[in-house]
Design a protein around this ligand. Structure first.
Ligand SMILES: [Mn+2]
Length: 233
């Protein structure tokens, strides 16, 4: 069985379209949408697209989905994050907001050749806890101590990695829409092993489309897409 894990789309419609097109070449039988769907420049277009697959794909909730859908941004969130939470919620239909509210925290799947795989957004214990490519092993071991599955797929930090820590394989799918470091839309293909994928798309066209929209801070999103930063959030 081939599975695509598509994480951190962050309201980038162009990147999502590119990845959905790309996965058609891999005979993918299951798609896991790993959270942080809408917080970004094109929330409505992304949700209109994803809702077409609402019975076909499997979804988990990201911290940004929770904050947008329940209008309960973290108290420590910066002002622009709160403003965008509100703006994104206003762009969505009631049905789309309700859909986001029902998303589960995690998803488990048995994949031949890999075994049980646990999909989470941040860490197994929190959708805001970051597992980065360089998080010290002792810190990660605390986060995963109650996990039974052999493999943990996560996102949230927008930089891909594949690490083996205490006999658990931990794979970060990277970000489709707001990637750091990579020059493309990042996602993960799971088959007999984990393949970190990067799909090229037209950054200039995406930036132009975003600038034509009404999103607050749209210039910052356009710059991020044209010149991905070296560090994740
Ligand atoms: Mn996140």
């Amino acid at each position: 069985m081939s599975v695509a894990a598509i994480y951190d789309i962050h309201g980038n419609y162009y990147a999502l379209e590119a990845v959905l097109k790309e996965i058609q070449h891999y005979n993918v039988q299951k798609v896991i949408i790993g959270g942080d769907l809408v917080w970004g420049p094109q929330p409505r277009k992304v949700m209109d697209t994803l809702m077409k697959y609402k019975d076909k794909f499997n979804y988990i909730m990201g911290n940004a989905d929770r904050e947008v859908a329940f209008s309960n941004g973290e108290e420590k969130s910066q002002e622009f994050v709160m403003e965008l939470n509100k703006w994104c919620a206003e762009q969505l239909t009631d049905n789309q907001i309700e859909f986001l509210k029902t998303l589960p925290e995690n998803y488990t799947l048995y994949i031949d050749g890999l075994g049980e795989v646990l999909f989470v957004h941040g860490s197994p214990r929190s959708d805001t806890e970051a597992i980065r490519f360089d998080t010290p092993e002792e810190e990660v071991m605390e986060m995963i101590q109650d996990v039974k599955e052999n493999i943990i797929v996560c996102g949230h930090t927008h930089i891909q990695f594949n690490r083996l820590i205490s006999n658990k394989r931990i794979v970060n799918a990277g970000s489709v829409g707001l990637q750091s470091r990579a020059k493309g839309a990042c996602w993960l293909l799971l088959d007999n092993k984990a393949y970190l994928k990067e799909t090229k798309y037209n950054f200039e066209e995406a930036a132009k489309g975003i600038l034509q929209g009404e999103c607050p801070y749209k210039e910052d999103f356009a710059v991020h897409i044209l010149n991905p930063p070296n560090v994740g959030p």
